[in-house]
Design a protein around this ligand. Structure first.
Ligand code: OGA
Ligand code: MN
Length: 296
């Protein structure tokens, strides 16, 4: 619809990436022109923030489905799959409505969200993008931070860039969870075998390259484990320098969409034993493995 399109405004939210989108009502079906502009903005900015969107789960699902097939939620201890197969329920209340603190084992999956990561990078075909909607927020803390892995790649010193170009990185859910709880890590590792990904990925529309690491990144093929770990940590440190991070302070009704192919994100702590936080996430599946099939 011409009117809807003309009101759409995209305002950068950080000097290097991330933008706020206004002038669109996401509770209504998006016309093709508006969708195309938003999709282009997601390819350009990697993180999009929409305020004042009181979405139902169905409406949130409908937006994500414009990009493609929804991902299936991972079965976890905390019941993050209780809203069905396609909505991740990030909430710190149990079935009786009681708050769960960080020492509660059912919060294990959510603790993992506090490590820099890209959603489901442990899957053979990892996520394209995620959309997170704030339903209840705590009075302080609980922000979500984003780091552009394009900016990270583009600002790599020459010697580091030579070390990453053309490499394969192995991501593993078992590995990342073993950092939080070794027992659980082993269990999860059985269900999710390690997967191979391109360490440097390019956006198919604009060609911009990005680093593909995060908490699930375990080792780099061709390097020893120690050397891999040191390189991955060095790359992470470079990527999440404070001036390269967009920190989102949530308001109820915000919807934030991010491109998992080229940003890392992490949740920040809040007082989970005292304050409720409810976020619903929909995730769009990617369309192919990331490593060049000829290379596999
Ligand atoms: C997620 C995630 C962090 C947060 O939804 O994928 O990592 O701040 N969330 O809730
Ligand atoms: Mn996440």
């Amino acid at each position: 619809m011409a009117i809807g399109t003309s009101l759409l405004t995209i305002t950068p939210a950080h000097p290097a990436f991330a933008a706020e989108v206004s002038g669109v009502d996401l509770t209504r079906p998006l016309d093709d022109t508006t969708f195309d502009r938003i999709a282009l903005a997601l390819d350009d900015y990697s993180v999009l923030v929409f305020h004042g969107q009181a979405l139902s789960d169905e409406q949130q699902m409908a937006i994500s489905e414009r990009w493609g097939r929804p991902e299936t939620t991972v079965r976890t201890l905390g019941g993050e799959d209780r809203l069905g197969a396609h909505i991740v329920d990030l909430s710190n209340t149990d079935a009786e409505g009681k708050l769960m603190g960080w020492d509660d084992r059912r919060m294990l999956y959510q603790s993992g969200n506090q490590l820099w990561h890209s959603d489901s990078s442990f899957k053979p075909v990892p996520a394209h993008s995620s959309a997170l909607s704030a339903r209840v927020i705590p009075p302080e803390g609980g922000e979500t931070e984003f780091a552009s892995m394009r900016v990270a790649y583009e600002s790599l010193p020459e010697d580091l860039r030579r070390q990453v170009d053309g490499k394969i990185v192995v991501h593993s859910f078992g590995f990342s969870r073993s950092l939080i709880d070794p027992g659980i890590g082993t269990e999860i590792g059985r269900d999710y075998p390690p997967v191979r990904h391109a360490l440097v990925r390019a956006n198919p529309r604009n060609g911009r390259k990005s680093l593909y690491i995060g908490s699930h990144a375990w080792y780099i093929e061709g390097l020893g484990l120690d050397e891999s770990r040191m390189l991955i940590l060095k790359l992470l440190e470079h990527s999440v320098r404070p001036d390269r991070v967009y920190r989102h302070r949530w308001q109820v009704g915000d919807l934030v969409m991010w491109d998992n192919r080229c940003v890392l994100h992490r949740g920040r702590l809040w007082d989970s034993a005292r304050h409720q936080r409810v976020m619903h996430r929909t995730t769009v599946a990617g369309d192919c493995p990331t490593a060049d099939p000829a290379y596999l």
